[in-house]
Ligand binder design. Structure first.
Ligand code: ADP
Ligand code: MG
Length: 406
């Protein structure tokens, strides 16, 4: 265990003792993620390429044999939320709504327990002692910044319960159960990328994921060895129109696929893009199709470059991806555009928004020697534009979910 992990374990164990009394059986961790390339492709059966952040959500956990689930988060105000495993059902814990204080956040860990119970793997279904758990959550993944603190919380909960009860979950099954928790229990219609990234990523790699059949490949992405850095710029804005616009893009992509007679836009070959666009009667659908099809192609291009050891060459592909999200898919915002323009003008190799858009974070690929200057240029540009100061940190490709205290 390194010093950071040791400190995180100590904090989680002490927090658990103070809140639940007694000792946790262990401490588990799952990371947040950034997506290197492949945005708004996951609900089109396409390709994505996330990497895990060094930032994690930790869960210290102990078994209970009375069917009670006690969840406490150090990161939101409020008391421990007490639930009964047998009574968990969608709607019972309530949506989050960003309330921060009423325990709505507990829908995420409760949803994971519910999904395990529904899948028949949580103990207590067969007349034996009813399974339950005491959970203590603590995280350094910024919440609501597009870095997937929600999946980190779900996956950390799932691996903790797997550790407590020996459920034998594979990383892929863990991701699927966690997505079910988020989609059906919390009620957020997200794709599979976030949970797969948090469960399956490995250090020094980006995870190439085919979201149709969930085949993955670990693609070497060792930035430090190449003298490069990947910066994350959290704009700390989240424009309110995000949810409705996401649903509209999704519906538009489905309509376009139906009009083109394919199962999903992933099935439109890059080489046939122009003829596909010409066949679309509704001009409003064309930019959506153009983004998704070219974005899948950009994922392929990034993989080709990385496999060839040409990491610097992915920079322009990232920047082209941003232009496509801004101009065709129309999910960027002034703050994200400012990060990209400023970073590239200050010498970055490439930059783009990452995540759903309308705020959240951007990534910037930069030479190690120029990282500080580029970061300062972005911070200055935000000040000059009158925006709140952004939060900058480095994305070191890190490992996925794991037990932390061994
Ligand atoms: P993102 O996944 O991009 O960070 P989401 O809106 O999907 O944003 O998820 C954020 C929500 O997840 C928070 O509002 C909160 O309900 C829940 N959450 C995430 N991390 C924690 C945590 N450490 N403790 C409690 N709740 C958390
Ligand atoms: Mg999320």
């Amino acid at each position: 265990m390194n010093a950071t992990a040791e400190a995180a374990v100590r904090q989680a164990v002490e927090g658990f003792r103070a809140v639940h009394g007694g000792e946790p059986a262990g401490v588990w961790a799952a990371p947040g993620r950034v997506n290197l390339i492949g945005e708004h492709t996951d609900y089109n059966d396409g390709f994505v390429m996330p990497l895990a952040l060094p930032h994690t959500t930790r869960v210290a956990a102990a078994r209970r044999d009375d069917g009670v689930l006690n969840v406490h988060s150090a990161d939101v105000p409020g008391d421990t939320v007490r639930l009964h495993v047998a009574k968990l059902a969608p709607g019972v814990v309530g949506g989050d709504g960003g309330d921060g204080g009423t325990g709505g956040w507990a829908a995420y860990p409760a949803g994971v327990v519910w999904a395990l119970r529904e899948a028949g793997v949580f103990p207590g279904e067969s007349g034996r002692a009813a399974g339950g758990a005491d959970l203590y959550v603590h995280s350094d993944v910024p919440a609501g910044a597009g870095l997937s603190s929600s999946a980190a919380l779900e996956v950390a909960t799932a691996v903790a319960l797997d550790g407590l009860y020996g459920l034998g979950l594979t990383p892929e099954r863990t991701a699927l159960l966690c997505r079910r928790a988020e989609n059906e229990f919390v009620g957020v219609p997200s794709g599979i990328m976030d949970q797969m990234a948090s469960a399956c990523c490995t250090a020094g790699h980006a995870l190439y994921l085919d979201t149709r059949d969930l085949t993955c490949r670990q693609v070497p992405f060792d930035l430090a060895a190449e003298g490069l850095r990947l910066l994350v710029v959290d704009t700390r804005v989240q424009h309110a129109l995000g949810d409705g616009e996401y649903a509209r893009r999704r519906a538009g992509c489905e309509a376009a696929a139906a009009a083109l007679g394919v199962r999903a836009l992933r099935d439109v070959p890059y080489g046939e893009l122009d003829s596909a666009l010409a066949r679309l009667a509704d001009p409003a659908l064309r930019p959506l199709v153009r983004h998704v099809v070219t974005e899948d192609q950009r994922v392929r291009e990034v993989i080709t470059r990385l496999d060839a050891g040409e990491t610097r060459a992915i920079g322009p592909v990232l920047t082209a991806g941003h232009a496509s999200l801004r101009d065709d898919f129309a999910v960027s915002c002034p703050e994200l555009d400012l990060v990209v323009e400023t970073a590239v003008a200050a010498g970055a190799l490439g930059a783009r928004m990452t995540g759903g858009g309308f705020g959240g974070s951007a990534i910037v690929l930069v030479e190690e020697a120029g990282a500080e200057e580029v970061g300062a240029a972005v911070t200055d540009a935000f000040a000059a534009a009158g925006h709140r100061a952004p939060r900058l940190f480095e994305a070191v490709p890190s490992e996925g979910a794991r037990r932390l205290d061994r």
